[in-house]
Design a protein around this ligand. Structure first.
Ligand code: DUC
Ligand code: ZN
Ligand code: ZN
Length: 467
């Protein structure tokens, strides 16, 4: 009798979500790779997944980890704390930032972030290189070498003190086109923000809730339209980060219809929060301050529509962790004005459960939509080889989900280093029970089993199919 091949691990009888469909099947893992999906598979270790959903491990392609902000403030997470939190939320790959500050050589910046990530990251990772100074020595040589070494995405800002002017943006986009990198942009018009901010401060409107008006929707609408024009003019792919307004989504829809090589993302806090979260007692609203700010329920509807018709390609967390104390949000003191408070909220651990609930449980979309928006599209767009789908030959990055388990988020129940949960009080149904990274169990029922430093840096030979 011919004995069937034995694998390292077989996840038995789960509902397996692949780009081709969703079906009850066994999934076999050998040597850290998915070996087969089918029936009657055998392994040295077998896990019964009856009643569970088997999804690709999440890929969060926009998160700030162990990074110094434009205002010069370190965020709260190390690679160790951020990736622990990610794993417990079902995420197995992150793309965070290697952030150049003025005067720094790009190759030194990337070496520094690479060393720190290699020491601490428990999941696989890559970097977007933030460019804030094109005048440093060997800028073009360093950039070309870094792109060739697999750092296939750059990030630019049109606002904050690390912004580039239009001429520099066009220059970097031209270099990216020449060397094969995707350009990601935080697109908000800086002059409009400065104008709105000055008016608010003159009127004595300094509280966290005034932060929303200091980032007028026109700022996003203008900058997104400009970047679409730049992408078309240079024929260079651009990823527009954290889209928050209906008008910006419409601009992207039209640009894509004209054939512009544009990608775009949004985040759970734009899909599920509105600007009224900023109105709280004292400075509490600072916990929810981010840029662009949360908008209106009409914008939320438009963003869901844009996800469903392909205008928006993926959902990232924009995890930007600052503690609500003097090391973070309150660094400028207990009476800080909104413009002195660090922007951002934690989201690595909550992104997938929130979207599972909002998309699948609430019936807005399918399990395949979930896999596409949170894993497959990020892998394809950013050129992450062997990641983002359940298929033979791909990395065995896998999450098992209980679609019936409900959970109400509490005040401080996340596993990052932030100390508060911006989703406290929000209830969801659908929960990640287990997370596997390349076949290794790294999170099991709320227990972290990963190893700091075991995450690998992902080399990206190309910047994705559109680049
Ligand atoms: N906005 C950003 O642009 N980056 C980090 C966090 C935020 O709110
Ligand atoms: Zn941003
Ligand atoms: Zn960001």
């Amino acid at each position: 009798m011919i004995r069937p091949m034995s694998h390292d691990l077989v996840i038995k009888s789960g509902q397996v979500v692949t780009p081709d469909g969703t079906a009850v099947a066994d999934l076999a893992v050998t040597g850290g790779k998915i070996a087969a999906i089918g029936d009657g598979l055998y392994g040295a270790q077998e896990v019964d997944a009856t009643g569970l959903i088997v999804l690709p491990g999440g890929i969060d392609p926009h998160c700030h980890i162990e990074q110094k902000s434009g205002m010069g403030q370190w965020n709260a997470d190390t690679f160790e704390t951020a990736t622990r939190s990610a794993a417990l939320g079902g995420t197995t790959t992150v793309i965070s930032f290697a952030a150049q500050h003025k005067g720094q050589r790009l190759k030194d910046v990337v070496a520094d972030y690479t060393t720190r990530a290699q020491r601490g990251a428990a999941i696989d990772h890559a970097f977007h290189i933030i460019i804030s100074d094109t005048t440093v020595p060997d800028f073009e040589t360093d950039l070309a070498q870094l792109i060739a070494a697999g750092h296939r995405s750059l990030k630019l800002f049109t606002t904050y003190n690390i912004k580039l002017g239009d001429a520099d943006i066009l220059h970097v986009m031209t270099l990216a086109r020449q060397h094969g990198a995707l350009v990601c942009v935080h697109a908000e018009n800086d002059a409009l923000i400065q104008h709105a901010k000055a008016k608010l401060l003159t009127e004595g409107k300094t509280r966290p809730e005034h932060h929303a008006a200091s980032h007028p929707r026109a700022a996003e609408i203008e900058a997104v339209a400009r970047l679409c024009q730049f992408a078309e003019y240079l024929d260079q792919p651009v990823m527009l980060f954290h889209i928050s307004t209906a008008e910006a989504a419409e601009t992207i829809r039209k640009a894509k219809a004209r054939g512009a090589r544009i990608w775009a993302e949004t985040c759970p806090h734009y899909l599920l929060m509105t600007e009224d979260v900023l109105t709280q007692d004292g400075l509490d609203g600072a916990k929810w301050m981010c840029s662009p700010p949360q908008r209106t329920s009409e914008d939320q509807d438009a963003l869901w529509q844009a996800l469903s018709d392909g205008t928006l390609d993926l959902i990232s967390s924009d995890h930007a962790p600052y503690r609500f104390d003097e090391t973070g949000k309150l660094a400028a003191g207990p009476d800080a004005r909104f413009d002195q408070i660090a922007n951002g909220l934690p989201g690595l651990e909550t992104r997938l459960p929130l979207i599972f609930d909002a998309l699948v449980t609430k019936g807005r979309g399918s399990l395949q939509d979930l896999a596409r928006l949170t894993a497959t599209a990020p892998a394809e767009i950013y050129g992450l080889p062997d990641k983002g789908r359940l298929a033979a030959g791909y990395d065995a990055d896998i999450t098992l989900w209980d679609p019936h388990r409900s959970y109400a988020y509490g005040a401080n129940d996340l596993h990052d280093n932030v100390g508060y949960n911006p989703w406290a009080g929000h209830s969801i149904t659908g929960w990640p029970i287990r997370t596997y990274l390349r076949g290794q169990l790294i999170a099991d029922n709320g227990q972290f089993l990963g190893t700091p430093g075991a995450g690998r840096r992902i080399d990206r030979p190309t910047a994705g199919p559109n680049t």
